[in-house]
Each structure stands twice: as C-alpha cells, then as structure tokens.
Design a protein around this ligand. Structure first.
Ligand code: F3S
Length: 487
C-alpha cells in the first residue's frame, strides 16, 4: 500500500512513502534559515552522508537473527511487528545489513504536544496499550513552554493552549513507556543531574541533534541522528540498524579543522563555521586542546556543548573529534582522519567573516533588547551558578538591585532545585534580580507565534540564533546588556 500524502523532506523533496510510514513525514529541519530563506542544507540528517536516500533506493538487505525474524513475523504481537518492519526498511535505506542490541538508555526528542505530531503520539499510545516499554528508563527533551517562570501571562497561555493541545497525552505516554518525571526533562541528558551518560562505545538510539552530537563526540557513544520517533521505535525493540555513526569507518573525519585564532575562539561561531563547511561530515578539530587542560570537566564542557550544537544546527554534524580532548582522537590520534580529508583553516579573519553573517533579524532592528537567553542546550549546575554569579557581580559593581531586562537560564528543574538547596543566598538574590532558571526549550519559546513582535532577545547560543531571530553576543557583552538594557 502506498500513502497518498507526499513526504516533504529537505533532502529528497516530494516522495511517495510506504503506507506504514505515512505519518513520519516531517523533520525538525526544513532547509530554511531564521530569515526564512533557503540555507542550502542538503544533508540527510542521519549522520550517514547519504544525500537523497529514500526507502525506494534501499541499498542493502538486512540479515535478521531468528529472534528478530520472529518479531517481524508477529510472534510478539502486531505492534512490535510493525515497529520491526519500519526499522528494517529504515536500516536498508541507509545500507545497514544487521541490527545491533542497544545498551545504556535512550534519549527522545519527542517533546512537543502539537497537532502535527498526533500520529506519532497515537502510535506510542498503541504501543503502551499493548504493554511495550523502552528497554531502559529513558530521558526526554525539555517541554516547549514554562507557564510558571516565563510565560505566565494571558497572551502566551492562550498560545500554549492552542499550540500544544496534545502535551498532556505526550507526557503521559512517555511516563507509561519508561521516562522519569518532568523534573528530569532536558536536552543535556548526559549532565550529572540527569545522568544519561552511557559508557564509551555503547550503541544507543538518541534523538536530539545536540545530544547526539555531544554523546558521539564527548562521551564516545554510538548513535545515528534519528528523526523524531525513530528513537522510540528503537527503544521499544532494544535494537537499531548498524550504519553510519555506529561503525568505525563512519566515524572517521573527512575534514581537518585547523583552529589558528590568536585567542580562544568564539565556540558558537566556530561551530557555525564547521556546520556550514562540513554539513554532515565529521570534523577533526585541532588547535584547541589548550583550552581544556587535558580533560572535559563540568566547568569547561559548555565550550564543546555550544560549539557542537552549532555544528548540528548550522549543518547536520552528528559527531566531531577534538584532538587531545575527546576520547577517540585521544586514543587513536590522527588515525581518526579519513583518507583524502580536506582542510579548513579557522583563523581570526574567518571568525570575523562568519560573525559578520549573523544579521540583526529583530522586527525592530533599532529597538532595545527585552530578554537575555542563556543556554541552548540546557545548562548544567556549574554553568547555572556561574551565570547567576556573573549577573549578580555585575549588578553589585553597578550598584543596582535588578537587571534592566530579565535573564533566563535554561536548565532542568532538578538543577534549579539543586541551586536553591546548595546556593540559597545566591539563588534568592538572583531571583529577586530578575534572573530566572527555566526548564523549557529556548528555541521552542523563541519559535512561538508572534515571538519577535513581543520579544527582542539576545543569547549566548549559536544554535538558538540559527533557528530564530535572536541576536548572538559574547558572554561579557550579554552581562552588560542585561544590566543596562542596551546593546
Ligand atoms: Fe535544548 Fe531546545 Fe536548545 S531542546 S538544545 S534548548 S533547541
């Protein structure tokens, strides 16, 4: 049976899709920049560098174990058989010949209870009703709104009610399938407070471009970049097709990024540059190990978070290697470079050239800023405390009680609670000064209907800048903007 609806994908244009996959038609990437113009994206977003792949162009035949074949034949019920059918077809589309058993825990980016996701939510509900569950307790992206700390006003309450009518159903089905409570919602699922950080080499199926990117690169786990929903199929089967970033060959870098800036690079600008240059190929980044002192720690991880998430937003990079810093190049050095790799030099001039492309997209380009957004992906405890201190210290230096405009630090609720418990004095001063720690997704907030008419925001996240009309500034400048209310 063939679905009547054409699939709209940035990679392949309009295609007929098989009936069993007719509702899996959208991607979070539409090939458009925040200015609404095509951004030249040609990636498949799988991390497999196989542009324009379709189910019809399947290049392999999956060899299933007896157990997998039995599932496909319906031994464990019709729901699981359907999931297996989709997974096999998906794997064959990308040249996989076998499925691998997953370890660690899944991470899902199905977090928006919007009408366009209803078919996926129904599928999850049918699976839950049939008694299926993820193979391990799993983590989920943050909710798209925060009606307690940020959007506690009638206009946004109304927009939330209209935009996310399925949110409770989605949250409920996640709870049935094995996700923890909403306090643990975060895209930075690997931070200490959330704890989903599988051991290096563990095959998993994660969905959320920044988590996939950080997990593959810094944790050393093995996951492809899945479209929303595919990670849940894998989670309920405990299996994923082996291709792309799950293989040794697929993790080799086709680009050597030679960082030659005279000072520490702007990590978000560097990530944007790499994403635009490499699209979905893997970069091997040299020249920045001196900014990490040999190890990735809770105090310096954010540099990789902001760089990596920008590579995954400006491009579709699912994995990067940093010489002397991330696990695979630490072990194998430049063996991680593929044959015939290309070189891209990122120096002061290139950094400035990329920065010059970050246009002012505010509806009123000459207006004053109205909010500061910190963290996309979510902040960990150390980053949350560091930003709160930076704001409070700047206020003290200026002899001011309150910031001129509110600052929102995006972090999970468990991290917010920890800050209240461990740094009560700072937390109280920060809250009184207009510094809010919010558990929602910053990009969802900045993507709300009419956002740019209501808010002129500034951010430290090149990822958020990539998806929305928010302006990007370095940390010190952001503190200054928060205190003065002026750019
Ligand atoms: Fe996280 Fe939302 Fe940014 S899920 S990475 S805050 S887009």
């Amino acid at each position: 049976m063939t679905a009547k609806t054409p699939a709209q994908s940035a990679a392949g244009g309009a295609k007929e899709v098989p009936g069993f996959a007719e509702h899996f038609l959208t991607s979070d990437m539409d090939g458009l920049g925040p200015d609404g113009k095509p951004n030249g994206q040609t990636a498949t977003f799988s991390g497999a560098s196989k542009a324009n792949a379709t189910a019809e162009s399947a290049s392999s035949k999956m060899e299933l174990s007896d157990d997998e074949q039995a599932i496909l034949d319906g031994r464990d019920g019709p729901e699981k058989a359907k999931l297996m059918k989709i997974l096999v077809r998906f794997g064959e589309t990308f040249g996989a010949t076998k499925l691998v058993d997953l370890g660690g825990a899944p991470h899902s980016n199905l977090y928006i209870g919007a009408p366009y996701l209803e078919s996926l939510i129904v599928m999850l509900e049918q699976c839950a009703a049939a008694g299926l569950k993820a193979y391990a307790p799993y983590t989920v992206n943050p909710r798209p709104y925060d009606v307690y700390n940020v959007q506690n006003n009638p206009t946004e309450m109304q927009l939330i009610a209209e935009g996310y009518p399925l949110q409770m159903r989605l949250d409920a089905v996640h709870a049935q399938l094995g996700a923890p409570d909403l306090n643990f919602r975060s895209c930075a699922c690997y931070i200490d407070d959330i704890g989903n950080a599988p051991k290096p080499g563990t095959p998993v199926a994660w969905c959320e471009s920044s988590a996939v990117n950080y997990g593959n690169s810094v944790l050393g786990i093995r996951t492809n970049r899945y479209g929303a929903g595919m990670e849940m199929l894998c989670a309920m089967l405990g299996k994923a097709p082996r291709f792309g970033l799950m293989t040794d060959e697929g993790r080799k870098a086709k680009w050597l990024i030679d960082v030659k800036t005279s000072e520490e690079p702007d990590w978000g600008v560097l990530g944007t540059a790499i994403g635009r240059k490499c699209v979905e190929d893997i970069p091997y980044i040299a020249g920045v190990d001196k900014y990490f002192g040999g190890d990735v720690t809770n105090d310096n991880w954010h540099k990789l978070k902001y760089m990596g998430s920008a590579t995954a937003a400006a491009g579709a990079v699912g994995c990067y290697h940093v010489e002397g810093v991330t696990p695979e190049p630490k072990e194998k050095g430049r063996e991680m470079l593929a044959e015939n790799f290309q070189t891209y030099v990122f120096d002061d001039k290139e950094q400035q050239a990329i920065l010059d492309t970050f246009e002012n997209l505010w509806d009123d380009p000459d207006g004053d800023p109205t909010a500061v957004f910190i963290g996309c992906p979510h902040c960990n405890y150390e980053e949350t405390i560091r930003w709160a201190k930076m704001f409070v210290d700047a206020l003290d230096a200026a002899g001011q009680e309150k910031l001129a405009i509110p600052a929102y630090i995006f972090a999970p609720t468990v991290t917010r609670t920890r800050a209240l418990l461990e740094e009560p004095e700072l937390a109280s001063r920060a809250l009184g000064a207009g510094i809010n720690v919010t558990n929602m997704c910053g990009v969802s907030y900045s993507g709300m209907k009419g956002f740019s008419e209501r808010v002129r925001a500034v951010t430290n996240s090149a990822k958020n800048r990539n998806y929305s009309p928010i302006r990007y500034f370095p940390d010190k400048k952001l503190v200054d903007i928060a205190v003065t209310g002026k750019v």
